[in-house]
Design a protein around this ligand. Structure first.
Ligand code: ACO
Ligand code: LMR
Length: 274
């Protein structure tokens, strides 16, 4: 009989061989006939399924609300410096994206992992926070440089408001808010940040949407899809910063000496004695 030669690549999310390209089996015409948006396209290409409108609207909210947070944050600063060094768009974008990580924008997956593990184990918020402290770890999704109890992050409030109105349940968000109540009793800047809020709410989305089975939720949390939402969103802003600097014809950036504390450099000499 016929023997299929083994392929070097396996791909399951899309197909460009037919008359029309498809995303998870949905062709381009259908995308527009059904008035699909970016959230629907993301769901097709990331999870190979259509999601209910309350989920795709939430995904689009995450993308819109995380698109930018000013020129001073780590990512935008890197992008601006690269643009002012005359670099091309992709270099400026990736220079900014390279700062996304455990402290900045890349705490979404870890927040989801920690809130899920702690809540599923019925750990009280107090015990959860103290156990992290004992391990010498910061709680992902908690804390902000400029936001605090008296200067709340409106992105976090908007996402919470939406989810409370449209999600069937928000038990992980409730848990994250209880963690925040406890951390705020320690310091005013230990708020639930946008990474933590998205992490908790995505757990609620996955748990409440019939389109995901339990083992798939574990796989999503395990692989770590959610930092991708921040990367996708912030790329919009970083590209904007690149064009802004180029439009403004900004010169090469050099950090001012006055803003650096130069401490005396001492040379450690190699001992001459044997
Ligand atoms: N969990 C526990 N304790 C914390 C946390 C936290 N998440 N954040 C700060 N603290 C405490 C620590 O005791 C810290 O002391 P240490 O430096 O000895 O560990 C003390 O607060 C002082 O911290 P600050 O200087 O006020 O915090 P900073 O401004 O340096 O950090 C940051 C802000 C990086 C966001 C921090 O809170 C953190 O690491 N959070 C967890 C990671 C996270 O969620 N990042 C995403 C932020 S949102 C975004 O980027 C879009
Ligand atoms: C962001 O969205 O970039 C932030 O919340 C981080 C910050 O320092 O503002």
């Amino acid at each position: 009989g016929k023997v299929r030669a083994p392929t070097h690549v396996v791909s399951t999310i899309c197909d460009d061989r037919g008359e029309e390209p498809t995303y998870a089996g949905v062709n381009m015409t259908t995308l527009f006939e059904r008035d699909y948006g970016v959230g629907d396209v993301l769901a097709l290409l990331w999870w190979k399924r259509s999601l209910p409108a309350y989920c795709t609207k939430f995904i689009e909210m995450c993308v819109m609300l995380c698109a930018d947070h000013g020129p001073c944050v780590s990512g935008a600063h890197n992008t601006i410096v690269a643009a002012r060094a005359g670099k091309d768009l992709v270099s400026c974008l990736t220079s900014g994206l390279l700062t996304v990580g455990p402290r900045f924008g890349g705490a979404v997956d870890d927040a989801a992992r920690c809130f899920k593990a702690a809540r599923d184990a019925n750990l009280s918020p107090h015990l959860f926070v103290e156990s992290m402290k004992k391990k010498g770890l910061r709680v992902p999704g908690i804390g902000h440089r400029i936001k605090s109890r008296d200067n709340r992050d409106s992105r976090v409030l908007l996402l919470q408001q939406y989810a409370r109105a449209h999600f069937p349940q928000v038990r992980y968000l409730d848990y994250a808010v209880a963690v925040e109540d406890y951390t705020l009793s320690k310091a005013a800047n230990l708020v639930l940040n946008v990474d933590g809020c998205i992490g908790a709410l995505f757990l609620d989305l996955l748990a409440s949407c019939a389109m995901f089975q339990a083992h798939e939720i574990d796989e999503i949390v395990d692989i770590g899809y959610l930092n991708g939402l921040f990367v996708l969103a912030r790329s919009i802003g970083l590209i904007g910063h690149t064009f802004d600097q180029k439009r403004l014809k900004q010169p090469l950036y050099r950090h001012p000496w006055e803003d650096v504390l130069y401490t005396k450099a001492t040379c450690i000499m190699q001992s001459l004695s044997p």
